[in-house]
Design a protein around this ligand. Structure first.
Ligand SMILES: C[S@@+](CC[C@H](N)C(=O)[O-])C[C@H]1O[C@@H](n2cnc3c(N)ncnc32)[C@H](O)[C@@H]1O
Length: 327
């Protein structure tokens, strides 16, 4: 059994990203702790997960009151190599009521030839406390992301409506596209999504109607290989040939009248239907002034299948809907 510590800002999104990237059968959530079983081969894809903090092997799960008894009967030697440290993680509003030293002392009793190494341990025993459970694990992987270095203001050309690199990477992962396949963003903007797709080893293609945006995209994508950009209308089906995977954040503007946005979205969803898209991950605004813009009717009219829907609160004036769609 495995345990995944998900990022807390959107647990359903994080769980879906892990499920699609690691090909998981089932996942059981306890706050942002996900219990599952990861196939060894799929573990190779784990470093790409944007909304995962760490991945663990589960030794046991118990209640606080049973923790000491359970430690006595667990075969910790099976997980121990060379030296160890005990770590505590508390999830949500809870406390462990132990110190790492106390838990380390308990582990020590049950290990043959125990050695402690706090600064660079070979084996890290994690005691993960949620409101009702305690999980004992060893950590397999701690993900280190450098999304901050890729934030929009650090790119060659800046656009204020660009998605956060973390969300863009999560959206690309939800595509479930085989590596090296082509990921298309038909509303490329300044290429926030395609930069993440390129880093995740996909070929990329972007359309934009606006030539200034294409120049900006070209500058932002230049450090990455395998990209193509084209001045094209995203709502014209003639621009789409052999395209299976689409990831895009749709345009919105508070100045654009609802009716135009509605038309644009309807035409785009119709294109997704016509090209029989394999999978599309689409970001839409969830502005209150667009409450007439009903994603359900867009899906229904285009006869596409809605696989998932996530709500992302970004800031006071903007909540985003992320839809995962299939033909
Ligand atoms: C929300 S921005 C995309 C932001 C992008 N995801 C990023 O991170 O930079 C939307 C883009 O769609 C473009 N656009 C608007 N209508 C379009 C259309 N019909 N076809 C293609 N591009 C269009 C705009 O020029 C704008 O650059």
């Amino acid at each position: 059994m495995n345990l995944i510590i998900l990022s807390g800002e959107n647990i359903p999104f994080a769980a879906a990203e892990a499920t699609s990237t690691l090909n998981l059968d089932t996942i059981k959530l306890d706050n942002r702790v996900a219990l599952t079983s990861i196939n060894k081969k799929n573990l190779n894809d784990a470093p790409t997960l944007a909304f995962t903090h760490s991945i663990h092997t589960l030794i046991f799960s118990t209640t606080r009151s049973q923790l000491k008894t359970k430690l006595k009967t667990a075969d910790l030697n099976k997980y121990y190599e060379k030296n160890f440290a005990a770590r505590i993680l508390t999830i949500g509003k809870t406390s462990s009521n132990y110190t790492e030293q106390q838990l380390g002392g308990l582990v020590w009793q049950y290990i043959k030839n125990p050695r402690v190494n706090l600064s660079n341990p070979h084996t890290e025993f994690y005691f993960i406390f949620t409101k009702n459970r305690v999980y004992l694990t060893t950590q397999i992987l701690h993900l280190q992301h450098n999304f901050h270095d890729r934030k929009a203001h650090k790119r060659h050309v800046l656009h204020p409506s660009s998605l956060s690199p973390k969300l863009a990477a999560g959206m690309v992962n939800l595509l479930k596209a085989p590596t090296k396949s082509l990921v298309v963003d038909p509303f490329v903007g300044t290429a926030g999504i395609l930069i993440e797709a390129a880093i995740l080893n996909y070929k990329t293609l972007g359309f934009d109607i606006n030539s200034w945006m294409l120049k900006a995209s070209e500058k932002n994508l230049r450090p990455y290989k395998n990209y193509k950009l084209k001045q094209a209308d995203a709502t014209d089906v003639k621009n789409y040939k052999n395209i299976s995977y689409i990831c895009s954040d749709l345009p919105y503007s508070k100045n654009t009248r609802d009716v135009n946005i509605k038309k644009l979205y309807a035409s785009f969803f119709n294109v997704l239907k016509l090209i029989k898209v394999k999978r599309a991950v689409i970001g839409l605004p969830h502005f209150t002034q667009y409450k007439n813009l009903n994603y359900k009717s867009l899906i229904k009219k285009s006869k596409l299948k809605l696989k998932h829907k996530f709500k992302f609160y970004l800031h006071k004036n903007l909540t985003k809907l992320i839809l995962v769609i299939e033909s």
